[in-house]
Design a protein around this ligand. Structure first.
Ligand code: URA
Length: 434
């Protein structure tokens, strides 16, 4: 067996065996297979795809490349949540404390933002002093004591994904279904939770732009999770426009706190409740969806979910006062309104473009080593379907200086399209895959 033959086999549409996939993953992680050969294999996969069997083998070999977490020392049911990535996506900051308040243990590894999408670890670092470098013993203790813990991905968990993802990111091979399935599910399965809840995005700001592809991604991930003995459920939701109104790290933390304070922020609360209901049902912690929803809503109404967030921030070394006084979070020195050039309805607000405007402000990463400004971003005043008058603010740009604000303003304006009549609104939650 050699790498060249396997590239040709995939290029010609062949199905690789378990041994052949193990050879590729092993060889790449050890450094025996160079990046140029693996890139070629990845591109062949873009054109020829993988069968479900190949995807399963790839996922299993990726898991074997590193450590797996043993969560058996955490009492009760352990849940993990993963989003396929989007713009303004702060659901973990809301859902994890809601679940912890409902009695589910959430032990979660998260990533940083890359490209136009944000990452939970960056957002959490908006809390002064908070660390996401948590060793194994502390991880287990905090899950038991607080009910939830979020750590950065360690180098030892699925190192194959770390190496493969870095290569995919620069070779135009990120948006390939079997590679996304194996990347996400290898990390989730290695992380050891009993219940896996997947937040699958669809639309311009998502990796999967078409709804049918997002459902297929959800179906494949759920099947793989279940075949591996985990309770797995996926919610497919809209990412054509950003989630909520805030895009940018500290701004998103503030918005998440607003939801935990009981406010209804766009579709954000609804998405968190839907993901939460699915988790409670899979965990057999409610008799019905109505009961599950009531449990979660009570956690918001009586303040216990917000209290969980404060306990979590403190346990991870952060200043928990910022949960109750958001002026303690980073704040940009300049706030500039982006005025509407027309009167009319917003007929489109392209999520990926809003993410790129945020990068232009310094709030996102161009490369994985870029340093980011946690304070900057955008608060959208008008979204799809809203009516706006000429010169009324479409959005408020939070910037470090006028030059960056101007550049972001130009990018942001390109994300908006207008119409004279109200556009049709598509449902926000597209469906649930069980
Ligand atoms: N998120 C991941 O973790 N991996 C992918 O391939 C895409 C999104």
């Amino acid at each position: 067996m050699n790498t060249y033959e396997l590239i040709i086999k995939k290029r010609n549409g062949g199905e690789l065996s378990e041994r052949e996939i193990a050879y590729l993953v092993d060889g790449f992680v050890r450094g025996d297979i160079p990046d140029y050969q693996m890139s070629s294999f990845l591109m062949a996969t873009y054109f020829m795809g993988m069968t479900e069997k190949e995807t399963l083998y790839l996922t299993q070999e990726m898991i074997k490349s590193g450590d797996t977490l043993d969560l058996s020392a955490i009492s009760g049911i352990k849940a993990d949540k993963h989003s396929t990535g989007g713009v303004g996506d702060k659901t973990s900051l809301i859902l994890c404390p809601m679940l912890a308040a409902a009695g589910i243990k959430v032990a979660k590894m998260s990533g940083r933002g890359l490209g136009h999408t944000g990452g939970t670890i960056d957002k959490l670092e908006s809390f002064p002093g908070l660390t996401t470098v948590i060793d194994g013993e502390r991880f287990i203790r905090q899950a038991n004591e607080v009910g939830f813990v979020i750590a950065g991905q360690t180098a030892h968990l699925v190192p194959a994904d770390k190496k493969l993802y870095a290569l995919r990111d620069v070779t135009g091979t990120v948006d390939i279904m079997p590679l996304i399935v194996s990347s996400i599910m290898s990390k989730k399965l290695a992380s050891g939770a009993d219940v896996i809840v997947l937040d699958v995005k669809t639309g311009s700001g998502a990796f999967m732009k078409k709804e049918e592809d997002s459902f297929e991604l959800a179906r494949q991930m759920v099947a793989l999770g279940k075949n591996s003995g985990r309770k797995t459920v996926a919610v497919v939701s809209d990412m054509d426009e950003p989630l909520g109104f805030a895009v940018g790290n500290a701004l998103e933390v503030k918005e998440a706190i607003t939801v935990l304070n009981g406010e209804n922020v766009g579709n954000l609360r609804e998405l968190c409740l839907t993901l939460g209901v699915c988790t409670l049902m899979e965990a057999n912690m409610a008799e019905s969806e109505t009961e599950a929803r009531k449990i979660l809503e009570k956690g918001i109404e009586d303040g216990s979910a917000l209290k969980k967030l404060a306990e979590f921030v403190k346990a991870q070394g952060g200043d928990e006062r910022a949960v109750y006084d958001t002026s303690l979070l980073p704040s940009a020195p300049l706030k500039v309104d982006l005025k509407s050039p027309v009167s009319g309805y917003v007929s489109m607000l392209q999520a990926d473009g809003v993410g790129r405007a945020c990068i232009a402000l310094g709030g996102g990463r161009e490369t994985k080593d870029s340093k980011i400004d946690l304070s900057v971003g955008v608060v959208l005043n008008k979204k799809n379907g809203d009516y706006v008058n000429l010169n009324e603010p479409l959005a408020t740009i939070h910037a470090s200086d006028a030059e960056r604000a101007e550049e972001a303003g130009k990018l942001l304006l390109e994300c908006y399209k207008f119409s004279e009549t109200a556009p049709e609104r598509a449902p926000f939650i597209k469906g649930i895959v069980r």
